[in-house]
Design a binder for this molecule. Sequence first.
Ligand SMILES: Nc1ncnc2c1ncn2[C@@H]1O[C@H](COP(=O)(O)OP(=O)(O)OP(=O)(O)O)[C@@H](O)[C@H]1O
Length: 327
Amino acid sequence: MIELIQVSKRFGDALAVDDVSLSIERGELCVLIGTSGCGKSTTLRMINRLIEHSAGEIHLEGQPVREFREEVLRRRIGYAIQSTGLFPHWTVARNIGLVPGLLKWPRARIRERVEELMALLGLEVEEFADKYPSQLSGGQAQRVGVARALAADPDILLMDEPFGALDPITRESLQDELVRLQARLNKTIVFVTHDMDEALRLADRLVVMNHGRIIQQGHPLELLRRPADGFVESLLGGADRGLKEAALLPVSQRMTALDDAPLAEQRVSQQATLREALSIMLWRHADCLTVVDAADTPVGQLSLRQLVGAGDARAAAGRTDTDQAAG
Ligand SMILES: Nc1ncnc2c1ncn2[C@@H]1O[C@H](COP(=O)(O)OP(=O)(O)OP(=O)(O)O)[C@@H](O)[C@H]1O
């Protein structure tokens, strides 16, 4: 567990982080988002003491971070950044083995670990192990950066825009990999991004910052449905919130059982999101879809009315529009 208790950071006269309190449970993926310069990276870097905090307390598993030896912090906290920070004159394998090397693991164990991580991140050992960073695409370099952050099997992973500056397809595939890794390895991850869709997709806990302060935190659906103020609401996409929520909910949540009526011609996977289902309806001019499982067997149906949750007035009443709330 990571705990920030009334943490502040001053650079000279400027207050970059202002009285931030945040608790991140073990195994949680916490995303920090906000406007440029609001203190996200500074908050992240105080956790592994790349930056020392000026006031307050930061605890890892109940122990003040200031009391950890540097070597222990390096082993327990992986760090991945947008520019990857790979050493240009080191091969991919040597870059990934950086922290185990510093921790003086035996060479054979380092090699084994490097190969294991390359496989985990979809990097062919034969093809990439001896390449240099300049010979990699941006996406490959970012995979190497993530592999390096995982090398010493840290409990905590700090990721500062690790997928920034990638094309949307590579970015989505790395996001999917991160979600899979997270489910498999149960790491505690703190992730900084500018991209709200990425944040909503990844976060168990979403933390919105502005001017060094936390404005609101909670599950993405909670923030979408009840934004604390106009700033959070517009950051979350304003009028697009309905679509963003639909992107977080699976078809299986709104579908109904098959009845005697003929099957609708257009199909959607039960794993798809409501947003994907809506897109199929719009594209195919269909107001009902047959829901199928992985073997393409029909398991239910989804009408436009069910998709939009029509009739669920109670749920709709719990939602907040800050301009309405203010009025
Ligand atoms: N080493 C430093 N010295 C002085 N000021 C700094 C330093 N590092 C950060 N700052 C300032 O602290 C504030 C917060 O910076 P930080 O990098 O944490 O923001 P951010 O939310 O991560 O921004 P971005 O999204 O643009 O990366 C900014 O005003 C920045 O200029």
